[in-house]
Design a protein around this ligand. Structure first.
Ligand code: URA
Length: 497
């Protein structure tokens, strides 16, 4: 009986802190600060969220007023270590209803236990870390699996897109800046069951959630996605379990390319057999594509050494020097050009001639440090036609681009960048396996193999060839903007964990 009275009293004396909605993080922060300053222990606090139909949160008593600050004693000073704050900010986006309690409890306990957030054995720390991990994964999936459908044009060259997505947690508002940075040049709306976010070229807005039926399910771009996916699907490398873990089946229903997976899997055995049965000279290429004949190199040094030793590389019209990529081996951004030019061939380094100098200027304007990037080329040797003493650049053909494809793929694997920037049509073809309309795709950050991003833009030598100064200036500014979009995407990926 005494215990009952005690627990009743505790319930009615709870400080009930009201939050406006599930993502009222600012409200939680304000309340948490006031509670901490008043020294209120976590077990005396109940968090309520407007609109939640939860019997536990029934308003029976009205909130108790927080204790008045003691005039003789200054308000308690609050200590919050930055990593704890960041852990809490992420963890509060979790769907579990205990997250507000958990975060306040940790904050309260951290006042008397410095470094608490760094103790992996602490049950609260462990739990909130688990929440934060789930959020990072959910955000990552939303970045990768939102698929826009074109719904029209809104004048001034802007197109309108809409997408449907079902996140597991309350992350929709949090990912809005990421999509604004990636898809700056188009108007878009992303609808989820709980909230929608929109960008009109000037303003990001948040609105109510919606229903899947209200979002168009198909557009022309999806046909391209399907073709692209079917193209990059390598039957000899199918790892169904890994594929399902990277692209969990629950997302398949909203992905245009996913419709292809069962069919492609079914055909994969036959396609591998067909590869093996190819006549000799095509088998050499197919073997590269599957990685079965040549052991993938373990380092960039080994890669370039192996490539140097290949006796079947296209050499007619090519200078013999193999120009290696340059930059840190773990660079977050990899830039791929067409092929070395005259000066690159002479110096054995990429992007040191006039196009390289223009690239340097644009990188600096986009706040990118060349020393932090990995620069390389789709084709590793200089193709030219001699004219007198001069060597005139000649564009590599499709066969020559294809020859180097596997080697470029290995460079990407070894450097492991977050984003690959393709400069011009040759690089774009090398990476996508098809002719790409640069004007159409430039500046948009596209999902790329192994969870990377791909940004396609013009080649700096195209800018050098524009005859009128004004046109050159306009195009150059667009080029800088494209590079900025790549930089922003890397920053955003990091910020969202
Ligand atoms: N153009 C390229 O594509 N690559 C270089 O290295 C130099 C010019």
């Amino acid at each position: 009986m005494a215990a009952n009275l005690q627990s009743n009293r505790r319930t009615y004396n709870d400080y009930r802190m009201a939050l406006k909605n599930e993502v009222d993080i600012d409200g939680w922060r304000t309340h948490a600060r006031a509670l901490l300053q008043a020294g209120v222990a976590p077990d005396r606090v109940t968090w309520t969220v407007a609109g939640r139909s939860d019997g536990r949160q029934l308003d029976l008593t009205g909130p108790a007023a927080l204790p008045e600050p003691d005039a003789d004693r200054p308000a308690r000073s609050i200590r919050i270590a930055k990593p704890l704050l960041s852990l809490i900010n992420t963890g509060l986006l979790h769907r579990n209803e205990d997250r507000f309690d958990l975060a306040y409890r940790l904050l309260y306990r951290a006042q008397s236990v410095p470094g608490l957030h760094g103790n992996p054995a602490d049950a609260d720390v462990l739990k909130l870390n688990g929440y934060a991990k789930a959020i990072r994964r959910d955000i990552h999936k939303m970045h990768a699996f939102v698929r826009f459908r074109k719904i029209g044009d809104c004048g001034a060259g802007r197109e309108q897109f809409v997408a449907w997505f079902e996140p597991d947690h309350h992350i929709t508002e949090a990912v809005a800046p990421f999509f604004r940075n990636r898809f700056t040049g188009m108007d878009w709306l992303i609808v989820t069951p709980e909230a929608s976010i929109a960008w009109d070229g000037g303003k990001l807005s948040v609105g109510p959630g919606g229903r899947k039926e209200d979002v168009p399910q198909e557009d022309v771009i999806e046909a391209e996605w399907r073709t692209y996916y079917a193209h990059i699907f390598n039957p000899a490398r199918v790892k169904v379990a890994a594929m399902k873990s990277e692209m969990p089946m629950k997302y398949w229903k909203n992905l245009p390319e996913a419709e292809l997976i069962p069919g492609l899997l079914e055909q994969s055995g036959a396609r591998v057999d067909a590869m093996v049965a190819q006549p000799q000279d095509t088998v050499r290429f197919a073997e590269r594509a599957t990685g079965s004949a040549i052991e993938p190199p373990a380092s960039l040094d080994q890669l370039y050494q192996m490539l140097q030793q290949q006796t079947d590389a296209p050499m007619e019209k090519f200078a013999p020097t193999l120009v290696r990529g340059a930059g840190p081996e773990n660079a977050p951004i990899m830039i791929i050009g067409e092929q070395p030019g005259d000066q690159e061939d002479q110096q054995g380094r990429p992007f040191v001639g006039p196009a390289g100098q223009l690239l340097d200027r644009a990188l600096a304007e986009a706040q990118l440090d060349r020393q932090q990037l990995f620069l390389t080329n789709a084709v590793k040797r200089f193709k030219f036609t001699p004219r007198g003493k001069r060597r005139i650049h000649e564009t590599p053909n499709v066969g020559e681009i294809n020859y180097y494809h596997w080697w470029v793929e290995q460079e990407i694997r070894l450097v492991n960048p977050e984003i690959v920037i393709a400069l011009g049509a040759t690089a774009a073809r090398c990476l996508t396996g098809k002719a790409v309309k640069i004007a159409r795709h430039r500046g948009t950050i596209l999902p790329f193999i192994a969870d990377r991003s791909l940004l396609i833009t013009v080649h700096p030598s195209y800018l050098l060839r524009i005859p009128d100064a004004q046109g050159r200036q306009v195009e150059y500014a667009k080029f800088v903007r494209d590079l900025e979009a790549a930089a922003a995407s890397v920053r955003q990926d990091r910020a969202s964990g």
